[in-house]
Design a binder for this molecule. Structure first.
Ligand code: SAM
Ligand code: GLN
Length: 288
């Protein structure tokens, strides 16, 4: 007799299969994908190990497993990712928002709350991708408004969809173009960015999930990874209001160089860095 695919049995099989394929968190990914197929939370799986899957569920799960084994990130398979407690739609045109980036959002919210009362805060998010940074800051600051820029029109469409579903489209304007160019003539309380920062030689060392599936335009920061910081350090400070800030996410070991680039602009009075949960300097802030 053919053995039945129960929840418990298929999870064990998938975990082993993912492990053979070099997937980093084989058990967790198997559970998250199966829970999505069944439209339940992961806890449901643990109390229904003996429940058999119906053919439609099996077919859908098999397709997910095939994609994940080919290193498609779980977020792309499900079409969504949680960031700052909000649900963001993501596609292969957008970087999957990373937990590290929450440090930049938190720093921006803290600093923008200190801005002088009376005038509504306005900020820009450069290289917005899914809109993760901009839309989470807006959700924390109910009076603020924002401009975003991305070079990718496909990413812009995803960010606009996210603004709509989070009820924030009235406070955010989306632009397609090169860094600060579409915003020429404006001034801001803050300019935020998580630009592409992976040095050229490190691209091939990225995990297959990132290297094979995420957009290279979201990752490649030029020969030393600092191309975008050089441009932002020159172009952003004149677009800051007095006391405004330029705050960026940086890659490992980049903070001192980025802070030096910021300080090389005479408009920047002081800089500060913030560490992530692993103790790595992850955010550089420069104040005008
Ligand atoms: N802000 C999102 C986040 O933190 O999840 C995405 C960050 S991703 C590292 C960098 C983004 O910059 C990508 O969406 C990419 O399309 C965009 N980008 C790359 N070059 C750009 C340029 N010259 N001008 C504007 N955006 C650019
Ligand atoms: N944090 C991303 C990674 O490690 C890189 C994002 C970026 O270039 N800004 O893959």
């Amino acid at each position: 007799m053919q053995e039945v695919w129960t929840i418990g049995r298929i999870l064990k099989w998938t975990e082993n299969f993912f492990r053979e394929k070099g997937i980093e968190s084989p058990r967790l990914d198997a559970e998250v994908l199966l829970a999505a197929v069944l439209e339940k939370d992961r806890m449901h799986l643990y109390v229904h190990f003996d429940q058999p899957l119906i053919p439609e569920e099996l077919a859908k799960f098999r397709a997910f497993v095939k994609d994940r084994a080919a290193h498609t990130p779980v977020a792309y398979i499900l079409g969504k990712k949680e960031f700052m407690g909000l649900s963001f739609c993501v596609t292969e045109a957008t970087l999957v928002p990373r937990p590290d980036t929450e440090i930049l959002v938190q720093a921006a919210v803290d600093e923008l709350r200190k801005r002088p009362a009376g005038e509504a805060v306005r900020f820009a998010d450069i290289g917005t991708g899914s809109g993760a940074i901009c839309l989470s800051v807006l959700s924390f600051l109910p009076e603020a408004t924002a401009d975003t820029v991305d070079i990718s029109a496909e990413a812009r469409a995803v960010a606009e969809e996210n603004a709509e579903s989070l009820g924030l489209s009235g406070r955010c304007t989306f632009h397609t173009g090169d860094l600060l160019q579409p915003l020429a003539g404006n001034t801001y309380d803050a300019i935020l960015s998580n630009p592409p920062y992976i040095p050229e030689k490190d691209i091939e060392t990225l995990s297959p999930d990132v290297r094979l599936k995420e957009p290279l335009t979201a990752l490649a920061g030029g020969e030393d990874g600092l191309d975008f910081y050089r441009r932002l350090a020159g172009d952003a400070p004149p677009m800051l209001k007095e006391g405004g800030l330029l705050a960026v996410e940086v890659g490992i070991h980049q903070a001192p160089d980025v802070a030096a680039l910021f300080r090389a602009n005479p408009l920047i009075g002081r800089t500060e860095t913030k560490k992530d949960l692993a103790g790595i300097e992850r955010v550089v802030i420069g104040w005008r």
